[in-house]
Design a protein around this ligand. Sequence first.
Ligand SMILES: *Cc1c(COP(=O)(O)O)cnc(C)c1O
Length: 395
Amino acid sequence: MKADGRPLRDATLLTQLGREPGRHHGIVNPPVYRASTVLARSVAEHESRRTHEGITYGRAGTPTTRYLEEAIAGIERGHRTMVVGSGKAACVLTLAALTKSGDHVLVVDNVYGPTRRFCERVLRRFGVEVEYFDPRIGAGIAERLRPNTRLVFLESPGSLTFEMQDVPAIAEVCRRRGVLTAMDNTWATPLFFRPLEHGVDISIQAVTKYIGGHSDLVMGAVTTGPEIHLEVREGIYEFGAPAGPDDCWLALRGLRTLAARLERHQRSALEIATWLQGRPEVSRVLYPALPDHPDHALWKRDFRGATSLFGVVLKPCPMEAVHAMVDGLELFGIGASWGGYESLVLVAHPERLRTAVPWRGEGPLLRLHVGLEDPEDLKADLEAGFARLRRAAGA
Ligand SMILES: *Cc1c(COP(=O)(O)O)cnc(C)c1O
């Protein structure tokens, strides 16, 4: 906020938040503070420390961590952010911090696979009941809530299949019934959707993806409003899984260019998604920014933009033909994660995960991440891939 009360816009905030040149010899970026031990000046000071909040011990973070947390909280319009060692940790430690044996948790059916695996392998073992729900349930979530429902976990658009949720409708029902909501908002980033402004209690980011932006770090962030901040922070602190200070510094560096990168990611993704829709080998493109996506209206109502990760359902063809296409791509690397400057492709298998609404694709599903390359080069790479696909399919 400027002195005249005018709030700064996101692109400006990204250049201002989480740095104090005046405290560092005028140097633009804060330094990396690495620490385990933090010395106290007296026994009394040492004994009165609140370890999860202050600069008290390396596990609780250093000033570098705090600069990043401040910056993310600022662009999320949250009260506080806590960064942890991975995006997965941000998701699952939130679940673990807020639930106990006997609680019931509702998780969206298109949730990120590793988050789902934690629910199956760990939460259930600790006596938490987990159920999955149709991403398009909307206010119908009311009928799935039970007296012991503690938390509803959202991700919109969800992983691999990109159905959207009516987040404000779900959050409102939950708020009325005293049920917490958490949302994995990695796809949109706080620039294109801010969960807390739509009634969600906890906003989660895999910093690894667009905030990091350069495929060189793994980190997660959990942002909350003032009401739940302490409970979440203390709960997560118990797991002892901090983000390292060097990674925090890299994430801050990534954050500075997030708005500029997302603008380009968005433009190229829309161009390539639209181009793919016209390809004879493609059955559908799963990208909410496309006008004929079934959830386009929700996306348009709630989101400020679309990032560059989407699905491509091919027309039925042999898997060997898909391998021939993907293996030969030169600019799209085959790899997990996304949000970096380079384009990526994966053959995705949501049918192995889904239970509430089984996935039935007409043909194989590709997940594309459109990087910062020139889109003409990317189209040429895909075009050559489609030629290999047709040849291998004998078409
Ligand atoms: C990648 C990803 C995560 C996990 O992030 P990591 O840092 O790889 O653990 C969580 N949620 C979503 C939606 C993701 O795509």
